[in-house]
Design a protein. Structure first.
Length: 568
């Protein structure tokens, strides 16, 4: 049994249980932590630099907004005239800079509704997080920052409807997995042109590998500009590299984002305080603290998410009136170690152990309580790992991914039993991680093929990770035949667009044919619908989705229909 399972169930502190280092000593060694700095309790640099003294344009990384509420939204930027400098300071001096901000009804800023000043501190990478209040619900706004004579790009954001207010529709997109080296972010350019209310990012915003350590099948088309980061300066540089992409900046500036992480924001397949390849927990906690601070510095997150050393709260609720409540999960920070040594393995007593957790006990209690008390028409789990069972084996050998929910069987079962017994309305699971599009019926009991469907799962492909991809793979038919609840697979790159009304949920899988060169067009590969009160997936254009035993000709027919829709 891993350390994390024990401490989390008792509500204790993970670091306090590590014999080599206690929490107080860790925080002394690693600094006050971003949470203390944001709260004003840390040793901020108070020596101010006049913004007019900046000699280069400081808004190279653009602007962003996020975590909208009915009367509030978070605005973000980071001053970094030289964002790729090796020291991670972005070309900024070790002094604070006062940054002005404005919010307006119009893009020309003739109708300014709020303005103010915010300090950009070197201890937080000269990042700025402004929680603007006093706004009106369900309204679109424009915003910008100023430092000296320089003005940032203009961003567009919006607030959400009031909690409980009747809402007729919501359109959003979700995405994940954007390995910089593997391809261009053309999908984000197309996303920025959509008419969306918000964007949900499900993790792997950056990849930590050194240059060409993780290669796409067709070869890498871009290059990481530094070795694998383990300290704050390195993680800042890696975030800056990704943030400097023009397509990603455009998507951030177009809509408010709701973000959560997976593993590559720190290290591949880490589990709580255990690194992928083992080693000192003290060393890994230092690395995790650096990665978490850099993540906070580059995301439009609220103050309550500011990390305290190696701890950072990301699980939270984003409510959109009475229509949809998003339960944003963190399935990486609190989980038990992967069963059976990780990888693709048969189901085992360890993977099915009743006390194993993917979310940690506290987050699980929060999730179940939120679902049980929800009045929303649609209840959304925005999370990272493949949720439905997925048998990847062949013949009589059943194989499962131990890093996904299949390696945490009891934790998934507790959630599904709760959804079923409490009759949670219209649950929908959003998933990233696996670099492919899937659509799954979620059964209450995957050990019983005749078990009833209780939820839908939409798995989104990567923005670029894995290179160009392909529509189908050699193993597609075998996997679908072994998993009757899997209704769709596609291995291209792109994002997922969802249109939600009180009566139905429509999901469009938006794909690009390549990422290895710029300029790819976008099309809708497939569309699925869930009717309110009927959790099974339906393929738009006629009846239920094809069964897992679909023939290759049926798959080709699906492809042709999708292409016709794209051409219309």
């Amino acid at each position: 049994m891993s350390v994390r399972g024990n401490w989390d169930r008792r509500g204790g502190d993970p670091i306090g249980r590590l014999g080599s280092i206690d929490r107080r000593r860790f925080l002394r060694l690693s600094g006050a932590g971003a949470a203390a700095l944001v709260a004003g309790a840390g040793p901020y640099t108070e020596r101010a630099l006049a913004a007019s003294a900046l000699t280069s344009y400081p808004f190279r990384l653009g602007v962003a907004s996020g975590d909208p509420r009915p009367t509030e939204v978070v605005l973000w930027t980071r001053l970094a005239p030289r964002p790729h400098d090796e020291d991670g300071r972005g070309g900024m001096p070790a002094r604070k800079v006062d940054v002005r901000w404005e919010v307006a009804h119009d893009e020309a800023f003739r109708q300014v509704v709020a303005r103010g000043r915010a300090p950009a501190y070197p201890e937080l990478g000269h990042s700025v997080h402004v929680e603007v209040g006093g706004l009106r619900p369900a309204r679109r706004y424009f915003y910008r920052f100023k430092a000296g004579a320089d003005t940032s790009p203009v961003g567009r954001t919006s607030t959400v409807p009031q909690l409980g207010r009747a809402v007729r529709e919501l359109t959003f997109a979700f995405a994940s997995c954007q390995q910089f080296e593997h391809g261009y972010y053309t999908a984000y350019r197309h996303m920025a042109r959509e008419d969306l209310d918000l964007v949900v990012h499900l993790g792997d915003y950056i990849y930590e590998y050194g240059p060409n350590r993780y290669n796409a099948p067709g070869g890498n088309v871009r290059r990481h500009n530094s070795r694998e980061p383990t300290k704050l300066a390195g993680y800042r540089r890696r975030h800056a590299l990704y943030r400097d992409d023009s397509n990603l900046k455009a998507a951030h500036a177009a809509f408010p984002w709701v973000v959560t992480w997976d593993d590559h924001e720190v290290e591949n397949n880490y589990a709580d305080d255990i690194a992928q390849h083992g080693g000192s927990r003290e060393y890994f906690l230092r690395r995790r603290a650096a990665a978490y601070q850099a993540y906070y510095e580059h995301m439009p997150l609220r103050r309550f998410s500011a990390p305290a050393g190696p701890d950072m709260r990301l699980f939270r609720t984003i409510a959109y009136g009475d229509l949809a409540h998003f339960r944003v999960l963190d399935t990486r920070q609190y989980r038990d170690d992967q069963a059976s040594g990780d990888g693709q393995k048969p189901s085992s007593a360890q993977s099915r152990a009743s006390r194993r957790t993917m979310t940690g006990a506290s987050q699980e209690r929060w999730l179940l309580g939120a679902l049980g008390g929800s009045s929303a028409r649609w209840n959304v789990l925005a999370q990272q790992a493949f949720f439905a069972e997925l048998d990847l084996g062949s013949g009589s050998s059943r194989q499962f991914n131990m890093d996904a929910w299949d390696g945490y069987w009891a934790a998934r079962r507790r959630i599904l039993d709760y959804i079923a017994t409490r009759r949670v309305r219209n649950p929908v699971v959003l998933t990233g991680d696996v670099h492919a599009n899937w659509a799954n019926d979620v059964l209450r009991n995957f050990d019983d093929p005749d078990s009833r469907v209780v939820a839908a799962e939409f798995v989104g492909t990567s923005i670029s990770s894995g290179g160009d991809g392909s529509d189908q793979r050699l193993e597609t038919q075998r996997i679908r035949a072994r998993n009757p609840h899997v209704r769709f697979f596609n291995g291209q790159r792109g994002y997922v667009r969802c249109h939600v009304t009180p009566e139905r949920w429509r999901t469009d899988y938006r794909v690009v044919p390549y990422v290895s060169r710029r300029g790819a067009p976008v099309s809708t590969r497939a569309t699925f619908v869930v009717e309110a009160g009927r959790p099974g997936l339906q393929r738009a254009g006629g009846g239920r989705a094809p069964s897992a035993a679909a023939t290759s000709s049926e798959v080709e027919g699906d492809r042709a229909r999708a292409q016709r829709r794209a051409d219309e």
